[in-house]
Design a binder for this molecule. Sequence first.
Ligand code: HEC
Length: 289
Amino acid sequence: MMTLFFTTLLFISSAFANSLNVKLDGEFVIEMKEEDLKKSNTQVVEFYNFVTKKSEPYKGVRLRELFKKVFTGPHNIVEVEFISKNGFKSYISLDQARLGDPILAFERADGEKFVRYSQKEKALVDLGPYYVVWNLKNVPLPQQPFYSSIYQVVGVNLITSSMNFGIDSKESNESIELGARTYKRYCLSCHALNGTGGDLGVSLLKFQVLKEKGANYIKQYALDPLKSNPRTKMLPLPAFKNREAMAQGLVDFLAFVEDPKHTLREAEKLPNKKRYLLLKALLEDAKAK
Ligand code: HEC
């Protein structure tokens, strides 16, 4: 009986190996089969590879096409979460995603192998089943650092609640906003906040890392994690001109979200269900402390 179960499971997972799962607020919506995706309007996007200093053409389906298939009418999606094969998650706001107009690439357009060098894994990695390639020519230069090249994508989760962590309030400022964007792009995949994000790293809030260890500790960890921990699994913030400002922003952002009174004031503005979820997360955080 067990064997039959596992063989069936194996069969199912291999039959749809390259399909893409689409979710809405974490709930399964549709599974898009590879052949259907390939039948949509495909497009070729050039990606400039900073390691090889060469332009690489990729072929895939525009995220926009995918959206059209899933939503025929209006929708209230504000964030996009890309889910990779190993469970790694990457986040971008829908507005930013629209501007970057990416394709979900499934092959190289020039017949080259569908692989890329990964800084994280220090090796060539397979990019399939889907590789997010942004159309960066329309994105202003200062915003380009916030677009990740995400590989081995198996799912897209469309989120209707805003993940701006209250930074659109009056109490926010430019540094906090830069920090929030930096956090979402470079930290959230491993350090979850209010129940969103990955758990490879500890919850910086729950363990009150800012209060316990100080601003400089966090800045140094973000800028040069190897110096903080020779066996670290973290990558440093990339060598952008404003990386010091990004690190300061991270600290300001964490200080901002660490203030529960502030979070409660923000919660007052949310619809009931979201307010409930936020309060629940806060309560769990408080219990864990
Ligand atoms: C790939 C996953 C990953 C990413 C992305 C990541 N971290 Fe980490 N982080 C970890 C892990 C794992 C640890 C545990 C120790 C280690 O590996 O250095 C950690 C530890 C830390 C610590 C030390 C915590 C403590 O209790 O001393 C800080 C501070 C930190 N990370 C901040 C950040 C910031 C800020 C970012 C974004 C710029 C970030 N991390 C991005 C995985 C990650």
